[in-house]
Design a protein around this ligand. Structure first.
Ligand code: TXD
Length: 308
């Protein structure tokens, strides 16, 4: 029997995650949404594409939760996305309610599931899921850092005309405009970014990375990014289900690492079959630590508004 992954919220990111996960042939998938017929329609359409791509995966769509029973992983994307002019934080109260309910309903039917959270504001929503599901730290992981790092990698690749596979970038911190792109730890085939690019070009790439989500929202006008966030989700799912012990930038609950405690925050995290295995701590200089503290302050402020 294949592992089972349930995705709560079958909108843009949810259904695209289903697509990327199905294409990796790593799990059967359940898509849940409150919109009648929509998850069923998307699941059936995706199921009908499987013969073409040659993948044996079952995809089910539903408006209820019964079908999610016994899931290995629950992915929560349910909630509202940003509209132009909105910050991720504007979504706080409404999405906290949605994520809280989705966690309470799913944990009853899948008591051992690992939760991957996508809904914004991301770091605060991870805290909501942990609290409502009474989950241990290992089993709640937020997706943000893979996306932010991938954006930076894409921009560097475009700038240098080099394969994306040669480019390693690490963006840490909260998933917001205060995120921390670590240029000193990022490199092109081993050459540090500050040696591979002129200072002004590197600064422009850092700035574009920080505003990367807003750039897409501004273009789409009716929603936010979905291909890249969903690809990131699929990478996390594979790292967990295949017990890869892969180090990926993810939002996890800190317990003293990077000088922070009690908040979900983007850090390099080693993922395996039990979820979070270890937080990797980089040696940071004073300037980088300051940027981390500033970003952590923002996440903590958001969290305090929720009264969890
Ligand atoms: O990197 C990241 N963390 C992010 C986060 C990248 C992209 C999107 N990010 C956030 O994910 C975004 O700001 C939103 O908070 C969520 C979902 O974004 P998406 O683009 O997928 O939004 P959609 O297309 O509107 O889909 C949301 C779906 C929609 O179909 C609703 O009907 C459904 O969520 N929804 C629910 N499903 C189940 N149960 C409940 N209660 C519910 N409420 C809404």
């Amino acid at each position: 029997m294949k592992p089972k992954v349930s995705i709560i919220g079958a909108g843009m990111t949810g259904s695209t995650s289903a697509h990327w996960i199905a294409d990796r042939e790593i799990a059967d998938i359940v898509l849940v949404d409150i919109v009648e017929g929509m998850p069923q329609g998307k699941a059936l359409d995706l199921q009908e594409s499987m013969p073409v791509v040659g993948k044996d995966v079952t995809i089910v769509g539903t408006n209820g939760y019964e079908e999610t029973a016994g899931s290995d992983i629950i992915i929560i994307t349910a909630g509202l996305p940003r509209k132009p002019g909105m910050s991720r934080d504007d979504l706080l109260a409404i999405n906290a309610k949605i994520v809280g309910e989705a966690t309470e309903k799913t944990i009853k039917l899948s008591p051992d599931a690992i939760y991957i959270i996508l809904t914004n504001p991301l770091d605060a929503m991870c805290s909501v899921a942990m609290e409502k599901g009474d989950l241990p730290r290992e089993r709640v992981i937020g997706q943000a850092g893979i996306l932010d790092s991938a954006r930076m990698r894409a921009f560097v690749a475009m700038e240098l005309g080099v394969s994306v596979e040669n480019i390693n970038c690490y963006v840490l911190g909260g998933h917001g405009d205060s995120m921390v792109p670590l240029t000193r730890h990022s490199n092109v085939a081993g050459v540090p970014l500050d040696k591979a690019l002129p200072k002004d070009r590197l600064e422009a790439i850092v700035e574009r990375t920080r505003k990367g989500g807003g750039e897409i929202v501004g273009l789409l006008k009716t929603g936010s990014a979905f291909y890249a966030p969903a690809a990131a989700i699929a990478q996390m799912v594979e790292a967990i289900l295949k017990d890869k012990h892969q180090i990926l930038p993810c939002s996890v609950l800190l317990d003293g690492e990077y000088g922070q405690k009690g908040i979900f925050f983007g850090v390099p995290a080693r993922l395996g079959r039990k979820g979070l295995e270890k937080v990797i701590e980089y040696e940071l200089n004073e300037e980088e630590m300051k940027a981390i503290e500033n970003s952590a302050k923002h996440v903590a402020e958001n969290l305090s508004k929720l009264n969890l």
